[in-house]
Write a protein that binds this ligand. Structure first.
Ligand code: CP
Length: 304
């Protein structure tokens, strides 16, 4: 199947991915060898910059004995000559066994899935969704808190343009987590996602105060203000640097507060926080490897 939106997955299917991912951890760490995807090729098409998603997909494929082909920016491909996404997808569909796509336009992965016979994995479509990030976020919360349901997750930052939080908040609602959205009013969670969340029986709290939200949170999920998605740079300047998680802010936090961030960060988490027990964002980034190994093995028909 394709991995386009978290909405395409049931809770049971997500739980299955997380279980498979757990078994992949020793292979992801290089402690065990696997040839589960030997002979398989992943087409990797990144129309936007990426460090974690692209490299962890490549690591996942390589650790399972498969290989990756593609581009990390469209300039070096025939996209620069005006080739459409539909045509590029048709080509790569013939060259590979699955396609991972990052694209600036919302809906691009769904379009790619329409034109491809092979499975398409959405690595982020504009301000839309980032479902594989959500699965690694859920995997991280489950690992650190032993369960997802019942945890109070405060999600901070750019909730309007941040695709990771769109997928994540919907998935957390499916699992029965408590949600607080912390953002300036102009960057609050879009209505479309709020409706979806409320339809699952979750009533998220809305706040613009990090101080208030941090006190009750079990997990603080921090995001970057998505500068590249603001149509007006002046609007970005109004909200840039508005929130910062620092040592002073953490004085009011629960002792076992987990701080996550999909990364990259800019100024929203002070580097001093990295040395605290709260900081789990680098562990979270590593979890991208076993989770993407699980997804690749499931869509490519390997099993662990
Ligand atoms: N979390 C995430 O999507 O990071 P990259 O943009 O580096 O892939």
């Amino acid at each position: 199947m394709d991995v386009v939106s978290i909405r395409d997955f049931s809770r049971e299917q997500i739980e299955h991915v997380l279980k498979v991912a757990e078994k992949m951890v020793p292979i992801a760490k290089g402690e065990e060898k696997s040839n589960l995807l030997e002979g398989k090729l992943l087409g990797s098409l990144f129309y936007e910059p990426s460090t974690r998603t692209r490299l962890s997909f490549e690591a996942a494929m390589g650790r399972l004995g498969g290989r990756t082909l593609g581009f990390d920016e469209p300039k070096g491909s025939s996209v620069a000559k005006g080739e459409t996404l539909a045509d590029t997808i048709r080509m790569v569909d013939g060259y590979s066994d699955a396609i991972v796509l990052r694209h600036p336009q919302e809906g691009a992965a769904r379009l790619a899935a329409h034109f491809a016979d092979k499975p398409v994995l959405n690595a982020g479509d504009g301000a839309g969704q980032h479902p594989t990030q959500t699965m690694l976020d859920l995997f991280t919360i489950k690992k650190l808190k032993s369960k997802i349901e019942g945890n109070h997750v405060a999600i901070l930052g750019d909730l309007k343009y941040g695709r990771t939080v769109h997928s994540l908040s919907e998935a957390l609602s499916m699992f029965g987590a408590e949600l607080t959205f912390v953002a300036p009013p102009t960057l609050q969670m879009p209505k479309e996602h709020l409706k979806r969340i409320e339809s699952m029986g979750i009533k998220p709290k809305m706040s613009s105060s990090l101080e208030d939200a941090i006190k009750n949170a079990d997990v603080l999920y921090v995001t970057r203000i998505q500068k590249e998605r603001f149509p007006d740079p002046a609007e970005y300047q109004k909200v840039a640097g508005l929130y910062k998680v620092d040592m002073n802010m953490l004085k009011n936090a629960k002792k076992d507060l987990v701080i996550m961030h999909p990364l990259p960060r800019v100024t929203e988490i002070d580097p001093e926080v990295d040395a605290t027990e709260h900081a789990k964002y680098f562990e979270q980034a590593f979890n991208g490897v076993p989770v993407r190994m699980a997804l690749l093995s499931l869509v490519l028909g390997g099993s662990k």
